[in-house]
Structure formats: structure tokens, C-alpha cells
Ligand binder design. Sequence first.
Ligand code: ADP
Length: 297
Amino acid sequence: MQLVIRDLSKRYAGGVQALDRVSLTIAPGMFGLLGPNGAGKSTLMRTLATLQEADSGSAMLDDIDVLRDKDRVRLLLGYLPQEFGVYPKVSAQEMLDHFARLKGVTDARARKATVEALLERTNLAAVRKQKLGGFSGGMRQRFGIAQALIGNPKLIIVDEPTAGLDPEERVRFHNLLADIGHDVIVILSTHIVDDVADLCPRFAVISKGRVLLAGEPRSAVEKLAGRIWRRVVDRDALAGVQASLPVISTRLQSGRTVVRVYSEALPAPGFEAVEPELEDVYFSAVAGHLEPAPAPA
Ligand code: ADP
């Protein structure tokens, strides 16, 4: 199974070009869609999840036209939206049973078995009778995955699932996602670079509605070798450095400011070359350093 997105565009009524000719080919496994807030990730996720219309372009899941054959897509789809509301007074078990019924698992015994298996898989069996309103952020997201997995979907879309989770819950959630299976397409939309670094063999960076880069994290990092430079700068020198050099990130480390710069050669005295990381790829792409050079006129 393969998801092929071609030249997908969407402009909102307010005039924002949320998607600008997005083209991506996504094979089974975890695919990370990385981009800053406002990049267009949710717009793309909601479009693929058949919840909103694109202006132009196409998306094909094998022979299924995602933009038109919505009912066929929905049979194969598991979706965890960014804003995942739950009924606070209903228990996890009751709610999953309800979702399973909506997804067409009509036989009561089959439904019970499905719900049971999902509760075990998402580590919620012990709290099955607790009301969803009392769930922590991490429990709620695991519940969100449980409902997304009903009916053995072949395309799973999770939109910003780890934002707001504490580190321990994030690791749990990562393990759950990593377990989903290799024959399923899982698209993980996130602005958190570590989510992609930890989980995704393939990824893309999107910003202002455009795909800036797509490929494998490791080779994208390797391509930056020799181009990332680091220096500790005083607080009062920071603005000057930012004004004069292609700074891709500034980070506080033990109270000092560490600046990372993208440059083909030593950018200025005092900088040292460092091993690039996926975060450097991401910030370099978003800052426009990895754009292919325009073709000569
Ligand atoms: P992301 O998920 O990457 O944060 P979104 O897809 O939510 O990005 O938003 C992309 C852009 O489209 C943003 O500039 C956002 O403000 C705008 N946008 C999103 N939804 C709407 C809407 N319903 N109407 C108008 N503008 C919208």
C-alpha cells in the first residue's frame, strides 16, 4: 500500500495558502511530518482524513482516490486529531465500545474482544472503568490511539500527539506507535524533532504550506556534515551574531547561549564544527538554507 500525494493545494477564505502544491509519496511504516506551528500540517492531515476539501491536486491510497472516495478511505482510516475531545463522564471501555459500534463492529462478542484487546495494547486495561474526564494527558492520548486502531486501519494519522506530554508519557506513547506494525502507513505530524528522530525512518519538513525536504533522517543529517558550526556567545553579543550570520538555532546551556550556524566554511573566528543533528536539518530547512538552488534562467 502506498499513499501518493500530488500538488495538493489549499487556500483558506482569509487568504492563507495553507498547502502549496504538496507532493509526497508515503510507504508503510512511520512517516514523520515535521513543521512549525502554522506550517499546514493539520490542514494536510484533515484533508487526508477526509474531513476537509483541498482546492486542487490529488491523493491516492493505492487505487483509492482519497479526495473523492471518502467512504472507502474511512473504512481503512484511523485518525487521532490534534484536538481530541472525550465525553468526560464515560469510561474508557464504554467509549471504545461505542466507537467500535460506529465503526461497524456490530456483533457484541466481537466488539467485546476488540475493546479488550485495544485496552491491553494501549496499557489502559487497569483503568478501563475510570471516567475519561479523570485521565491524564498521556492516558488520553493512548485512549486516542486505541480508538484510532479500531477496525485494523491501513492508514493511521496522528496529529501532534505528544505536545503537552511529560517525558515519561512521551516514551510510552512512542513505544505504542512503534508497535503498530510495519504493513500500516502511520503519519505522525509534529513540531517536535525528537518524535521524528526516535520513530520515523522517513520524514518530510513542511513550512508555509510547502514541502522543503523529504527523505530519510539519517541521510538528511549526513548531508549537513561540515556545515554546522557552534559557538558560545555572551548575551550582549547575541544580537550582533544573529544579524551577521546564518544562525539556525540558539539554545541556553547551563545559563550560556550556544549559537548554531549554517555555513559552508568557518563562519567567523571562534566557531567550531559540530556533528549535525536532525534538529539542525529541521532549522536549516525552515530557515531556507536547504532549498534547491533555482534553475538558471
Ligand atoms: P499546523 O497544523 O502546521 O500548525 P494548520 O494547518 O493548522 O498548521 O494551519 C496552516 C495555516 O492555515 C495557518 O496560517 C493557520 O492560521 C491557517 N488556518 C488553519 N485553519 C484555518 C481556517 N479554518 N481558516 C482560515 N485559516 C486557517
